[in-house]
Design a protein around this ligand. Structure first.
Ligand SMILES: *[C@@H]1O[C@H](CO)[C@@H](O)[C@H](O)[C@H]1NC(C)=O
Ligand SMILES: *[C@@H]1O[C@H](CO)[C@@H](O)[C@H](O)[C@H]1NC(C)=O
Length: 229
């Protein structure tokens, strides 16, 4: 009897420990917006009241609270296989990876992943500035090492996803992950960075947001951007 009850007690303690730690461990970021427009460009306020999103990642669900999509099923974030991240699928198919994310398979046609219950596609021009937003998810804290988001833009036009290896050759921006709004809630602080759209012929292109949290630990979000003349 004594043995049995102490085992039960241990099990309860273990359960309690696990349930307090889980949310922290699971918190990873994703691209919340691909084309964020500030109300005041000089202020760079990434919070909901500082601007609005006018272009989204593929099949991005509208109307959800900022920073809440790691509780969605599937998670919005997609972690590429850590053994060989540069050979992993660049965009989640809802199945692959360490942590499969939402299905970001290319739409056929491309526009199918946008509009209606999803956010609209990014429409831009060469030389235009795009500002991308993401939630901190407890990783913008001082104690954590500096890490980065890379933006890579395909050179292949009109509805073709290229491999991760090809994407690596087309880096267009390196953005500090911790560029976040001040705030006490480390999970929901809004972060972001801006870059210029490089020269491309008119068409739609795959743009990948890729965040390296630790060595070989990469999270990605994919979107299509329509570059006009
Ligand atoms: C992801 O979406 C594609 C295109 O709509 C579809 O063919 C595929 O079955 C989906 N995958 C999953 C896991 O739902
Ligand atoms: C993009 O390409 C550069 C090389 O130009 C590479 O160093 C970087 O890791 C790539 N970024 C992504 C997101 O894959």
């Amino acid at each position: 009897m004594v043995v049995k009850s102490s085992v039960t007690f241990l099990a309860v303690v273990a359960l309690a420990v696990f349930s307090t730690y889980t949310p922290q461990v699971e918190a990873h970021s994703w691209a919340d917006c691909i084309d964020w427009k500030f109300n005041n460009a000089k202020k760079q306020d990434w919070s909901d009241k500082g601007g609005k999103c006018t272009g989204y990642a593929r099949r991005f669900p509208l109307g959800k609270k900022f920073a809440s999509l790691d509780d969605a099923d599937p998670n919005r974030h997609y972690q590429q296989d850590h053994k060989n991240p540069d050979s992993a699928l660049p965009c989640s198919d809802g199945k692959a990876g360490e942590e499969p994310g939402s299905n970001e398979t290319l739409g056929k046609p491309v526009s199918k992943a946008y509009g209606g219950k999803y956010g609209r596609m990014t429409v831009t021009t060469v030389g235009d500035t795009l500002c991308v937003r993401w939630p901190a998810k407890n990783h913008a804290v001082k104690s954590e090492h500096e890490n980065f988001v890379r933006i890579n833009l395909s050179k292949v036009r009109n509805g073709k996803d290229i491999s991760q290896k090809e994407l690596l050759k087309n880096n267009i921006a390196k953005l500090p992950f911790k560029n976040c709004m001040p705030g006490k809630n480390e999970d929901t602080r809004a972060c972001g960075g801006c870059f210029k759209v490089p020269v491309r012929a008119a068409g739609t292109y795959l743009l990948q947001w890729r965040w390296m949290l630790n060595k070989n630990e990469y999270y990605t979000s994919c979107s299509d951007i329509q570059i006009g003349k």
